[in-house]
Design a protein around this ligand. Structure first.
Ligand SMILES: N[C@@H](CCC(=O)N[C@@H](CS)C(=O)NCC(=O)O)C(=O)O
Length: 164
């Protein structure tokens, strides 16, 4: 395993994206300092490290910031190359399929799901609920195809698409 260096993760209790980064670090057995952000009063470290989006999660490895949960998961997977514990599939076609569904989840599921909570009217809520159900149905079809009937997208164990 690579030298861990100094690893900090900026997250927030409410962030499902930060949970992904934490899971990746846990899967690779990496020790890190966790810094919980108050999203209503972002720290100087967060604003300075991610001036473009100012979002969590933010991984800081040896002083270098890495933003975006998918990028963090891939960085952690590559840097801490633990034998037999790869997060992304190793086969190129399976990797590209996993990335496709991860992007689909980010682009479709989260906006539809959060839309339910943000809906201003009952009509809008119903519309977003139907949209969310449609996206989940599509993901279930993908799960059946990718997993060969096993419990996870990656088969028998948690992988890149664990809970996106
Ligand atoms: N695409 C980003 C999304 C991250 C994101 O939306 N984080 C939210 C918390 S769940 C955030 O930091 N929001 C603060 C803001 O929008 O100002 C990722 O995958 O990391």
């Amino acid at each position: 395993m690579a030298d861990e260096g100094h690893v900090k993760l900026l997250g927030a209790v409410v962030s499902p994206f930060a949970v992904l980064a934490r899971m990746a670090l846990k899967m690779k057995g990496v020790s890190y300092e966790y810094i919980g952000e108050d999203m209503g009063n972002k720290s100087e470290l967060l604003v300075k490290s991610n001036p473009v989006h100012q979002k969590v999660p933010m991984l800081i490895h040896d002083g270098k910031p890495i933003c975006e949960s998918l990028a963090i998961v891939e960085f952690v997977d590559e840097l801490w190359d633990t034998a037999g514990r790869s997060i992304l599939p190793t086969e190129p076609y399976h990797r590209v399929v996993a990335r496709f569904w991860a992007a689909y989840t980010d682009d479709k599921l989260f906006p539809a799901y959060f839309g339910i909570h943000r809906a201003a009217t009952e009509e809008e809520r119903a519309e977003k609920t139907n949209e969310t159900i449609g996206v989940i149905r599509q993901l279930e079809v993908a799960l059946a195809e990718c997993s060969n009937g096993k419990p996870f997208f990656a088969g028998n164990s948690v992988g890149y698409l664990y809970d996106r």
